[in-house]
Design a protein around this ligand. Structure first.
Ligand code: ZN
Length: 219
């Protein structure tokens, strides 16, 4: 599991695309976050490490991971952001077969084709707004999670997955060139095992990265 540690060191040197979201020390979520981090570096299989710890609440466990995946996806995109411009990536695609359209119910009421950097920027802002909203991601245990919390997280994770799709398919050379590839693979693998464990992203969403998933997610 040295890759995970290497990943953190690697990313700490990099500029983030959006500011990192932190957990406040002393809170339940901070200790769960630390617990999840510790199990990743303990050498146990990822398929085991993602399981809900005994006596913990599933919503808390999911919240911690959604924030963590947001931070890490944000850092990963930070690696390629200067190469991902409207000229190189006029659509939010994953190869020629897949294209994603943006809709947020506010400014984009209908699914809209956008250049990848615009799409990803809107996507990250949309996730960040929810993570920073105490009624969605409560910061204390006095505030309950909303009833639709898991559904909201499913949507967030499905959208974060699209960043992996775009980065892997369109910016793979930059991942290799910058030495980020093994770190991104480690993060993708963690993401994959986590969402599969709790069935948070539909199987068909993984189609664009089917080959890669088969190659790297075989614990
Ligand atoms: Zn791009």
């Amino acid at each position: 599991m040295t890759l995970v540690l290497g990943f953190i060191e690697f990313l700490n040197k990099e500029k983030t695309f959006k500011p990192k979201k932190k957990f406040s020390p002393g809170t339940l979520r901070y200790s769960l976050h630390k617990q999840a981090e510790a199990s990743l570096t303990s050498g146990i299989k990822l398929s085991e490490a993602v399981k809900l710890p005994f006596n913990e609440n599933l919503d808390d466990w999911i919240a911690v991971h959604v924030v963590d995946f947001f931070n890490r996806t944000n850092l990963i995109y930070g690696v390629v952001t200067s190469y991902c411009v409207p000229e190189s990536c006029p659509t939010m695609s994953g190869g020629t077969k897949y294209e994603y359209f943006w809709a947020d119910g506010k400014h984009y009421r209908k699914p809209t084709a956008l250049p990848a950097p615009k799409y990803i920027s809107l996507l990250m802002d949309w996730v960040e707004d929810q993570i920073n909203d105490d009624t969605v991601f409560p910061t204390t245990t006095d505030i309950p999670f909303p009833k639709n919390f898991q559904n909201r997280c499913k949507k967030i994770l499905a959208r974060l997955f699209r960043v992996f799709v775009h980065v892997y398919i369109h910016h793979y050379d930059k991942l290799v060139e910058t030495g980020a590839e093994p770190h991104v693979n480690a993060c993708y693998k963690h993401f994959y095992y986590f969402v599969r464990e709790f069935d948070l992203v539909r199987e068909q969403e993984f189609e664009p990265l089917e080959e890669l998933t088969k190659r790297i997610c075989k614990d």
